[in-house]
Design a protein around this ligand. Structure first.
Ligand code: CAA
Ligand code: NAD
Length: 283
């Protein structure tokens, strides 16, 4: 069965980007969040991104409007009753995601694939709360979604080849590059990236250098497009902490212990760019 209609759940920075790239690739998209205000914020981001493309002469205003018209805002999970694919992009918490997947399993048609954009959590465990583990899969987009080429695709233990192939094809149809990885904490992307970010936070915590100095070293010395602390603020410090906790618990290895300074910032509500303050301040 082909994929025509997609629901994206969570209209935050990832969900809004995912909804945008699906709509650009001609899919009909329902963008769902808990509250109308959150959905409107996500729709606003998409509209702003498309307007930028119009201003740069890369698409016409009419083309941007057609893409926007493929998007339907939603605050009811029941709107998933006729979709072919769900991509979940809510908070990085196994309990919250599992509850959602269990509810979705009762709402969506039998053929529907349930994908999660989780950064690190076990696909097999999320799949196990549903009666369709063979149709549950990880579809891990990178931030900012409209720009980044990679989608990490992660099979759960029961995911079928047919489901994997559908998701691979959908990824390619959005002009993105799928890379298949196995279901282990943090997959490949965050197993490699997040310990580097955590170590950069330790260097600030231990007084080795300021955030600015750490970022400058990694940008000018290693040619990273963003320093690790700017990147942490960009990803969201809450998400960084949840990923480190998943690595720490999942591997039972203290080399993944989250830096106390990261915990402190998250407890203070300093979540990075999205709250206006993290390692840096944002207006
Ligand atoms: N949304 C949409 N488009 C964006 C954007 C955003 N948030 N930010 C930048 N862009 C676009 C710009 O419009 C511009 O487009 P054009 O080239 O078409 O004009 C392009 O990106 C480049 O932007 P800028 O020139 O303003 O800035 P830049 O050259 O510094 O690039 C960047 C910005 C692409 C974000 C770059 O800094 C970068 O690659 N940073 C690292 C990003 C990264 O590592 N992402 C992975 C995070 S980890 C993850 O996602 C996984 C996880 O689970 C946590
Ligand atoms: P975010 O905080 O920007 O957005 C999360 C959105 O989900 C919010 O709008 C929130 O209202 C909504 N939400 C929470 N619970 C919900 C529910 N039960 N039903 C509907 N909506 C709900 O977070 P984000 O950065 O977009 O991250 C979302 C997911 O994507 C996480 O699993 C994260 O690990 C993953 N991810 C994040 C990044 C990144 O760089 N931030 C990159 C790749 C993957």
């Amino acid at each position: 069965m082909g994929i025509n209609k997609v629901m994206v759940i969570g209209a935050g920075q990832m969900g809004s980007g995912i909804a945008q790239v699906f709509a650009q690739a001609h899919y009909n998209v329902v963008l769902n969040d808990l509250d109308v205000e959150f959905v409107q914020k996500g729709m606003g981001h998409i509209s702003k991104n498309l307007n930028r493309q119009v201003e740069k002469g890369r698409m016409t205003k009419e083309e941007a409007d057609v893409i926007l018209n493929r998007l339907t805002p939603s605050t009811q999970l029941e709107d998933a009753s006729d979709v072919d694919l769900v991509v979940e992009a809510i908070v990085e918490n196994l309990e919250v995601k599992s509850k959602l997947f269990s509810k979705l399993d009762e709402i969506v048609p039998e053929h529907t694939i349930l994908a999660t954009n989780t950064s690190s959590l076990p696909i097999t465990e999320i799949a196990a709360v549903t009666k369709r583990p063979e149709k549950v899969i990880g579809m891990h987009f990178m931030n900012p979604v409209p720009v980044m080429k990679l989608v990490e695709i992660i099979r759960g233990l029961a995911t079928t080849d047919e489901v994997y192939n559908s998701i691979e094809q959908a990824t390619k149809s959005m002009n993105k590059v799928p890379v298949e990885v196995n279901d282990f904490p943090g997959f490949v992307s965050n197993r490699v990236l997040m310990p580097m970010i955590n170590e950069a936070i330790f260097t600030v915590y231990e007084g080795v250098a300021t955030p600015e100095a750490v970022d400058e070293v990694m940008k000018l010395g290693m040619n990273h497009p963003m320093g690790p602390l700017t990147l942490a603020d960009f990803i969201g410090l809450d998400t960084c902490l949840y990923i480190m906790e998943t690595l720490h618990v999942g591997f039972g290895d203290d080399k993944y212990r989250p830096c106390p300074l990261l915990r402190k910032y998250v407890k203070a509500g300093w979540l990075g760019k999205k709250t206006g303050k993290g390692f840096y301040e944002y207006s």
